[in-house]
Write a protein that binds this ligand. Structure first.
Ligand code: AMP
Length: 127
């Protein structure tokens, strides 16, 4: 699938160090930082350092090392935050938005990790 990556998107600027961020974890391939407008007491964004627009772009074109690192970082954060159910935590939600219907605001692939309060049902049912 063809994607044109916009190097002026805000996460690209964060990765270049042009805009500050509150880093949670940084590895060779992945950066995680606090969302600037949190929608839950914990709201962390996990992004690959590579130039990927959205979910299918990343998983279609990224290397195995990038994909593995991304998921290890996201899982590690859930554990470190104490919200992983397996560790007795109260749970969390991961979300990724893509494109127009997904209401993706920043065109650099990112995973939201939300936790710290009951998050409600995912979406209202189609009636
Ligand atoms: P999405 O709608 O899935 O593209 O989500 C984009 C997210 O990026 C939103 O939750 C914003 O609050 C967040 N965001 C935008 N700019 C920044 C920034 N400079 N630092 C941290 N988070 C940001």
């Amino acid at each position: 699938m063809p994607y044109n990556y916009d190097d002026e998107n805000i996460f690209a600027k964060i990765l270049r160090g042009e805009i500050p961020n509150k880093t949670v974890v940084e590895t060779e391939h992945t950066l995680a930082f606090e969302d600037i407008q949190p929608q839950a007491p914990t709201h962390v964004l996990v992004i690959p350092k590579g130039r990927y627009v959205c979910f299918d772009h990343f998983y279609g074109e990224a290397s195995d090392a990038e994909i593995l690192d991304f998921h290890r970082v996201a899982a590690q954060i859930c554990g470190d935050l104490g919200v992983a159910p397996g560790g007795g935590g109260a749970g969390y939600r991961t979300i990724t938005n893509a494109g127009q219907d997904g209401v993706q605001e920043v065109p650099h692939y990112h995973l939201h990790i939300l936790a710290g309060r009951p998050l409600g049902r995912m979406l209202p049912p189609v009636s």
